[in-house]
Design a protein around this ligand. Structure first.
Ligand SMILES: Nc1nc2c(ncn2[C@@H]2O[C@H](COP(=O)(O)OP(=O)(O)OP(=O)(O)O)[C@@H](O)[C@H]2O)c(=O)[nH]1
Length: 234
């Protein structure tokens, strides 16, 4: 349930506690409750709706902050895509789901090529801009239910639920091609271009997320070793 709605309901229930508590005390004192309410109708209406309004408004504020904090905790500050912590969490969930429903789940793991050279040549802020532009470009290419994260300095990963290795390889190739053709504008009308190396693999039933991740990393390593700007899968 939406956090704002949930917290508002909780707040409304809390608010009802004030008049109900007072009525309970009157009940213990032997007061006729119906008469008590009729005699003090304004007071009870005020207690109920006054406190409810204040509590609910406060709850909405808290729920919004809570949602914001949860989002911050799962996002990478530079690119605003998911971070490693969230990605590992989702890998666990998605492999559990894949086991339960007997569906495939694949992992695309990529790293920008010679990124140190970009930093060394143009400076760190330009390197940051390249990371942001790469993240934006890839985000537009993945499916809405794929989990795309920055998992290291210039390393990214995409978890693809319900996606087998063949489809995942096609996605990876499309991403590799898009980045190869991406022209990033920097200051003074200059442009930067980068390429990426990529490892792709499909989860094997029963293996833990660590082994799954390491296998993709192994293929990425092979892509680096055999010339870069390529996708290696298995
Ligand atoms: N601008 C910027 N650079 C970063 C960030 N995080 C890591 N880096 C840089 O990424 C570079 C990674 O360099 P290497 O690990 O040598 O890799 P590479 O130069 O891409 O070479 P290969 O991966 O072998 O193709 C280093 O220069 C880091 O400083 C970041 O947040 N911003």
């Amino acid at each position: 349930m939406n956090k704002v709605i949930l917290r508002s309901i909780q707040a409304a229930l809390f608010a009802a506690g004030a008049p109900l508590g007072w009525l309970f005390i009157q009940f213990l004192k032997g007061v006729d409750l119906a008469q008590e309410i009729l005699n003090n109708w304004d007071l009870y209406t005020y207690m109920l709706f006054g406190t409810m309004t204040v509590f609910v408004l406060f709850a909405i504020y808290v729920a919004r902050k809570e949602t914001h904090m949860t989002q911050i905790a799962s996002r990478d500050a530079l690119t605003n895509i998911y971070n490693l912590r969230y990605f590992i969490e989702r890998m666990q969930q998605e492999t559990d789901r894949a086991r339960r429903y007997e569906t495939p789940v694949s992992l695309i793991y990529f790293d920008l090529d010679h990124f140190k050279k970009v930093n060394d040549t143009y400076g760190h802020p330009v390197g940051d801009k390249v990371l942001i532009e790469v993240a934006k470009t890839v985000k537009d290419l993945v499916r809405s239910y794929d989990i795309f994260a920055r998992v290291g300095g210039e390393e990214f990963a995409i978890l693809q639920p319900t996606c087998g290795i063949e489809d995942s390889k096609k996605s990876a190739e499309m991403i590799r091609d898009a980045i190869e053709n991406l022209t990033i504008q920097i200051n003074d009308g200059k442009t930067v271009q980068v390429t990426l190396s990529c490892g792709v693999t499909e989860w094997v039933v029963g293996e833990d997320v660590d082994a799954f991740y390491k296998r993709a990393d192994g293929f990425l390593y092979q892509a680096k070793q055999t010339g870069r700007n390529k996708v290696v899968s298995g």
